[in-house]
Design a protein around this ligand. Structure first.
Ligand code: MG
Ligand code: MG
Length: 255
């Protein structure tokens, strides 16, 4: 069931989104060569705790997962696309890191992800992150009343294709509100004019995941959580929670 949010609910979701943005900024600040993924999780936990927010990630166990998720962020490094579990792994020079974070505040949820490099970046990683950012921006631009979810997916898919990147077919964005994952599902590929109709008060997490090797295949790691590219190439993942409004897309997960 799709829930259309009131304007007051959108304002409340904006506050949850702000907490997510601050947590991601703290993670970004903490990330350097030698920082462990667990330390990044600690940085995000501190921000959530200080804001009085709950983590929708911690303890989350969807049907595919063998264990409850043990952290408040996902940390996906290099060939990991999404759902990476923070471990004692210490970041190395040139690593490409995607961090996904959620927060629940006063009953409303925000969900956002960033990708960045640590130390001296590889030029190909800079290009991959840029393409993923452009895919998200194209998706957000299509998130307007009168369009459908297929228009968002089409916009994201066009950028991925022009960058010669793959995307894992089974994963995409989603409705979001009181819970992190609500209807409708938002595929990262779509046909214009198809899918769920967008209207004022619908909130979507838009989250392109680009695979630099150009193929869509992935494999699940031994932890049962981490999605890796099948070809070992690098991946990036950037996400915002976006409200469709009559005044245009409203990004709820900005600082
Ligand atoms: Mg997310
Ligand atoms: Mg999401």
């Amino acid at each position: 069931m799709v829930e259309i949010k009131s304007d007051a609910a959108l304002d409340a979701m904006r506050e949850a989104g702000r907490v997510v943005a601050h947590a991601l900024a703290a993670v970004r600040d903490a990330a350097a060569v030698g920082t462990s993924l667990r330390e990044l999780d600690e940085a995000a936990r501190t921000v959530l705790a200080e804001a009085g927010a709950r983590s929708p990630f911690l303890g989350y166990q969807p049907s595919f997962a063998p264990t409850p998720f043990p952290a408040v962020i996902c940390t996906s490094v290099n060939d990991a696309v999404v759902h990476g579990v923070p471990t004692d792994y210490r970041l190395r020079d040139g690593d490409l890191v995607s961090v996904d974070c959620g927060a629940e505040l006063d009953g409303w949820t925000g969900d956002s992800a960033i990708s960045f490099t640590v130390g001296t970046p590889r030029p190909a990683d800079v290009e991959l992150i840029d393409a993923t950012r452009r895919a998200l921006e194209a998706g957000i631009a299509a998130a307007v009343p009168g369009n459908r979810t297929g228009d968002i997916g089409h916009a994201i898919g066009a950028v991925a294709r022009s960058a010669r990147c793959g995307m894992p077919a089974d994963f995409g964005g989603h409705g979001i509100g009181r819970r992190m994952h609500e209807d409708p599902h938002l595929p990262n590929r779509g046909r214009p004019g198809r899918g769920f109709p967008l209207r004022h008060g619908l909130v979507l997490a838009i989250e392109p995941m680009l695979i630099s090797g150009g193929r869509d295949d992935y494999r699940t790691g031994p932890d049962g959580w981490t999605l890796h590219t099948a070809d070992g190439s690098r991946a990036a993942h950037i996400e915002h929670t976006v409200a469709i409004t009559k005044d245009g897309p409203r990004v709820l997960t900005l600082p």
